[in-house]
Ligand binder design. Structure first.
Ligand code: UD1
Ligand code: CA
Length: 482
């Protein structure tokens, strides 16, 4: 694999991206969990280049900061003014000392569907044919705006690339286009870039002119036709961004399905490139799986669920749930209508039911929080049952405090656990209790007002009312009957 490592991959990302109409630089727009340029860099990484250079210019502070945070192996070269793709590559080579021995691959930062496999195919053709330049081309249904590939009528050899704006009518009829991806001999590239002129309709240094220059100097130029033209689609506006997101999502889901995942409705299922699936996972409609989410064998998620950075154990069931940085143990069940916030860890076979929110909470094996509860900053042991409508009162207005509940506990409905507080193993608490003091193991805690019944109150205070009549009728019935 690394036998044919390029000396450098240069990613062009200095352009303005005006058609995105955005405060965010074009190459930082997101699809499937990565920026546009992040996808290009991931493909470039598969070539294992010695140097990875991103040419930045427009909004370079933002782009540079993003690269430092997400892809520190990439170095940047600053193109002060955007004088064309040829000038951009010249800037990259200058940052590497002027020339580079070996193969230099150039890609645009706005082609997120490009795969490492296609880049590899280009580099392999380039090396095998001993070319000075090899361009990745594609046959597209609509070539408008792209540079056209001009081939020799007799030999079929590539002779030049002509930009759409500079092309004649006959050239515009050509449907084979320049993808903007090239492999070059590094030394010959540097020489040829010195000869690129700006006498074209845009007054720019075109990288595409290098091909004609090298050919005229007697060097070999070749082309590699992309197997799938959709891979080379460049993103210039948000319509294209949405189309690319859909295409990449389809590709990711197809890969998952072929690996044994059931996706009930691919049209409403969205996944990031970083999601990992095991066999026999089932994904129901309306589900978003984001970040480093992992679904173990036989897990079933959705419908209408968003999991971000969440690990779901084998055979677990997560229904109508939002979860962020949570862990769901094997065989556990969550939802419908649950919200698992960061630091939630559910043990094997645990249950989080309906209208339950958890945060920074370790919930043991087989433990259940079935209904209408908030569990924040807590440790709960194994096989404990938390009654309906319980709140772990963790915040005193200044700091958060922890609640610990043991194993095999049964806490009553409508309990408040006022942290910090501990309930020992095997303890019970009465319904409606506000637990402010530790409960020793095995005790029953009752913490609520005594009930008082005031006889005849309705007859005195609500005379003649329906309630008073019902009470009177009830009082006439012989005692002991119902
Ligand atoms: C370019 C090609 C065209 C090809 C098309 C494929 C040239 C002259 N034309 O056209 O043949 O069909 O890509 O999508 O190369 N950039 C810089 N610095 C600059 C100018 C551009 O970094 O000074 C970057 C842009 O950010 C972008 C890439 O280079 O990522 C391509 O530039 P763009 O202006 O989009 O070129 P196209 O007109 O699309
Ligand atoms: Ca473009």
């Amino acid at each position: 694999m690394s036998a044919n490592r390029p000396a450098a991959v240069v990613v062009l990302a200095a352009g303005g991206g005006t058609r995105m109409k955005s405060a965010t630089p074009k190459v930082l727009h997101e699809l499937c969990g990565r920026s546009l340029v992040g996808h290009v860099l991931a493909a470039a990484d598969e070539l294992e280049p010695e140097h990875l250079v991103v040419v930045v210019g427009h909004a370079r502070e933002q782009v540079t900061a993003h690269l430092a945070a997400t892809h520190p192996a990439a170095r940047t070269a600053v193109q002060e003014t955007q004088n064309g793709t040829g000038h951009a590559v010249r800037t990259a080579l200058e940052s590497l000392g002027g020339t580079v021995d070996g193969t230099v691959v150039v890609v645009c930062g706005d082609t997120p569907l490009l795969t490492g496999g296609t880049l590899r195919a280009l580099a392999d053709v380039h090396t095998a044919d001993g070319n000075a330049v090899t361009v990745l081309t594609a046959e597209v249904p609509d070539a408008t705006g792209y540079g056209r590939i001009v081939r020799d009528g007799a030999s079929g050899a590539v002779t030049a690339i002509v930009e759409h704006k500079d092309a004649s009518e006959t050239q515009r009829a050509v449907r084979e286009i320049n993808s903007g991806v090239f492999a070059f001999d590094g030394r010959l590239l540097a020489e040829a870039l010195g000869k690129v002129r700006t006498d074209n309709s845009q007054g720019e240094e075109y990288l595409t002119d290098v091909l004609g220059i090298l050919r005229e100097a007697g060097h070999r130029a070749g082309a590699c036709v992309a197997a799938d033209h959709r891979e080379i689609a460049g993103i210039n506006n948000r319509v294209q961004l949405a189309e690319a997101r859909r295409a990449l999502n389809d590709r990711l889901l197809e890969r998952a399905m072929l690996a044994g995942v059931t996706v009930v409705d691919p049209a409403t299922t969205w996944v990031d490139v970083t999601v990992a699936f095991e066999q026999d996972v089932v994904v129901h409609p309306g589900t978003q799986l984001l970040g480093a989410t992992r679904l173990a064998e036989g897990a079933e998620v959705g419908p209408n669920t968003r999991l971000t950075g969440t690990a779901v154990g084998a055979g677990a069931r997560v229904d109508n749930t939002v979860a962020l940085d949570a862990e769901v143990g094997p065989g556990a069940t969550v939802g419908p209508f649950a919200y698992l916030r960061p630091g939630t860890r559910l043990g094997a076979g645990a249950k989080i039911g309906t209208y339950v929110e958890t945060k920074n909470a370790s919930i043991g094996e087989g433990t259940k929080v079935p209904h209408l509860s908030y569990v924040g900053d807590a440790t709960i042991g194994d096989h404990t049952n938390i009654g309906a409508a319980s709140v772990f009162v963790n915040y005193d207005g200044e700091s958060k405090h922890h609640t610990t509940i043991g194993s095999h506990c049964k806490t009553g409905s409508d309990n408040m656990f006022v942290a910090p507080v501990t309930v020992g193993d095997g303890a019970y608490t009465a319904a409606g209790s506000v637990i402010t003091k530790d409960v020793p193991p095995g005790s029953l805690a009752v913490a609520r007002g005594q009930q008082r019944n005031i006889d005849g109150w309705v007859a005195r205070k609500r005379p003649g009312s329906a309630a008073a009549k019902a009470a009177e009728a009830a009082s006439r019935e012989p005692a002991g009957e119902s």
